[in-house]
Write a new protein. Sequence first.
Length: 304
Amino acid sequence: MRHLMNPLDFTVEELEKLFDLAADIEANPAKYAHVCAGKKLATCFYEPSTRTRLSFEAAMLNLGGQVLGFSDAASSSAAKGESVSDTIRIVSCYADICAMRHPKEGAPMVAASRSRIPVINAGDGGHQHPTQTLTDLLTIRSLKGKLGGFTIGLCGDLKFGRTVHSLINALIRYPDIHFIFISPPELKVPDYITDMLTEKGISYKEVIRLEDCMPDLDLLYMTRVQKERFFNEEDYVRLKDFYILDKDKLSAAKQDMLVLHPLPRVNEISVEVDDDPRAVYFKQAQYGVYVRMALILTLLEIEV
Ligand code: CP
């Protein structure tokens, strides 16, 4: 039995297979419409979500399976003090696979160690968000035709943004990637990541102004400032609008640059950018359904 805790749990070859499956699902949805009949997905979300929870549920429904779960710790027995370990033992009696989001880093890992069914980390604190990374990689592969050979700017909250940490970890396995980290000093990418890049000889630079690197980018990955992970409101208010991507700033970008964002967005991308063909963040959310369908099939070992 396999779980997914970290994007690195799959080899590059396994990811290629997963992305090929996702592409086939996109092209031939009817072929997959009943392949999970009789199977159940539990979504155990101890932290708010729109995309991850609903795309997991849509994925299982698209495969002909069923879904159950909770979207708020307060409506589960966690509110009475039940541990994640006990909850997953119970969920293992009711479902065939579980997607879990938790504000505590490592909680899905604890669940996986006690589970009788595959557990998918659907985001744990500021740590990892592997299925967002699978979504990001599938989006890049589908729209750029390759995973490697580009300069990617990651902009915004690089300290608390788990999607950024997962994506960096995943991208370093592909050739010829150059990272540009764009953040205020208070929200810079953690040292353990830059130390790891230095150790592996992977090229990166850190800048504060988006304008200073826009023409160099093949991909721009925008992120929101993670209000829920700040210790005080004052720091959040000071930093929340540090970056706002608008038409004017985008005019300096390459014509084929892509703007990605895991969403939700707050103010960091002006809505006027949404109609630009380079803005692919809503398409990205759609790819999230295909890749989660492929992931469910893979972890349940269902061959089609
Ligand atoms: N991208 C993402 O994780 O969105 P949600 O928090 O809405 O699931």
